[in-house]
Ligand binder design. Structure first.
Ligand code: ZN
Length: 444
């Protein structure tokens, strides 16, 4: 915990001026997460972040959950310490990258064509760098946030957060004492509708997940015989039914609100009953919105047999299931009906769905900050089809939003860059994000 104070001689360096360097430095620290402890870990990134925070007079702490797996947390005292705190969380790990597929080396942090390139440029070393830049500028100039601010730079988000957010929430909940709201990934980025309207998608909801293993037990036997109880036949029919199943569209609070805002902004009624038409109008974000309309269950792995003339006694499959907030029961009932009584279904990993309302002072602060930097900005809520560290912080009763503000050129396929090849973030977008975050903190 630290008092902001002016650090002599550096007060003129603005967050906008150093955000690109911070982002490049972070990208150059390889934090690839392979889902186990075989990667380089986040320790170096945690130390880098801690050093940048300590330079401006803060006292960050590093928490190592496993050798090499580390997160950095710091609390900054606000003007009014009686108010509940705000958390800004970002993860420092990245998914691996195969350099041969990339235009620029994914761990070089190169600047080309107006963008910073590299693994993590949008997911999410951009936001880590923006957060550092804003806080460092505020500390250098002695501008306290209006209320307590907790920053968490977390390990292991890309593998479920066990060694990062989950570890801190379970073992060090005191770090987040008094915190009631949070911002983090995945949201706050822009989608330009026309010259009069730019949407900024704020994440207010996340789907839940059931990663499942399906098993059918049959009777083993010789491949030359008449055989009525073949596990492969039974399982593959069930998997086929599931893979082809069209789950119904469900209008969640978040979808309703998104469509209302968009209908209002466009001056035309967008009907959830004709979502194909609506999605056609959404260009680059259609993929994002499309996945938030219904439950999904995609078969992803199959396993059975070891020899061509042996009928195996068992066959297995894995399914990536995602459900909408409020529709978990319906989802599981649908699964059992579609799969039938022969299939045994068990979770290999499950997590809850999240949904909060798009209202209140913090949402107002987002819109105020965006409007000040972009006169045609309009913040709208949306649901993420995947999960983030917000699921862990929700356990502490913290209301989480995906708000990592970025203004993007209309032609950039932003959604496609998450975990994709040639991940890059526009330099102007980063600077815009710093200005918006700074204003957001003032308004929060
Ligand atoms: Zn991420």
């Amino acid at each position: 915990m630290s008092e902001p104070k002016t650090v002599q001689g550096t007060g003129s360096l603005r967050g906008e001026d150093e955000v690109v360097d911070l982002c490049r430095d972070l990208i150059r620290i390889d934090t690839s997460n392979y889902g186990d402890h075989s990667g380089p870990g986040e320790r170096r990134a945690a130390e880098y972040v801690a050093e940048k925070l300590a330079e401006v007079g803060l006292e960050p702490e590093i928490f190592e959950s496993h050798p090499g797996r580390a997160s950095t947390v710091v609390r900054i005292e606000g003007e009014d310490r009686s108010r509940p705190g705000l958390l800004i969380h970002g993860h420092t790990d990245v998914v691996p990258a195969n350099a041969a597929d990339w235009t620029h080396d994914p761990f070089s942090g190169e600047v080309a064509d107006g963008c910073v390139w590299g693994r993590g440029a949008v997911d999410m070393k951009d936001m880590d760098a923006m957060t550092l830049a804003v806080v460092r500028e505020r500390m250098r100039t002695g501008r306290k946030p209006p209320r307590d601010l907790v920053l968490a730079f977390l390990a292991d988000e890309e593998a479920g957060g066990t060694w990062g957010a989950r570890h801190l929430v379970d073992n060090h909940p005191g770090l987040f004492e008094g915190v009631t709201e949070a911002i983090g990934e995945v949201g706050g980025f822009s989608f330009t509708v026309n010259e009069k309207l730019r949407l900024y998608l704020v994440e207010t909801a996340q789907k839940g997940m059931h990663w499942m293993k399906l098993t059918v037990d049959g009777t083993a036997g010789h491949g030359s015989m008449i055989h009525r109880d073949n596990a492969i036949t039974e399982l593959s029919e069930a998997v086929g039914r599931l893979g082809r199943h069209e789950f119904p569209i469900r209008v969640t609070k978040t979808l309703r609100h998104f469509l209302d805002e968009l209908s209002d902004a466009l001056g035309t009624e967008l009907d959830p009953e004709s979502m194909d038409e609506t999605l056609a109008k959404l260009g680059g974000i259609a993929k994002l919105i499309g996945a938030s309309l219904k439950n999904t269950a995609n078969p992803t792995q199959l396993g059975a047999g070891y020899k061509v003339n042996v009928i195996p006694g068992q066959a297995t499959a894995h399914v990536d299931g995602r459900f909408l907030p409020g529709y978990e029961e319906e989802f599981l009932a649908d699964l059992d009906r579609i799969l039938g009584p022969r299939v045994r279904r068990e979770d290999v990993h499950a997590d809850k769905a999240l949904e909060t309302t798009f209202d209140g002072a913090l949402v107002d602060a987002m819109q105020t900050a965006l409007s000040a930097e972009d006169p045609i900005a309009r913040a709208v809520p949306y649901m993420l089809s995947a999960g983030t560290d917000a699921k862990s912080f929700d356990d502490l009763g913290i209301r989480c939003f995906g708000f990592s503000p970025l203004q993007l050129p209309p032609e950039l396929d932003f959604a496609g860059m998450f975990h994709g090849v040639d991940e890059r973030v526009p330099v102007d977008g980063l600077k815009f994000g710093v200005r918006v975050l700074d204003r957001f903190l003032d308004a929060s």
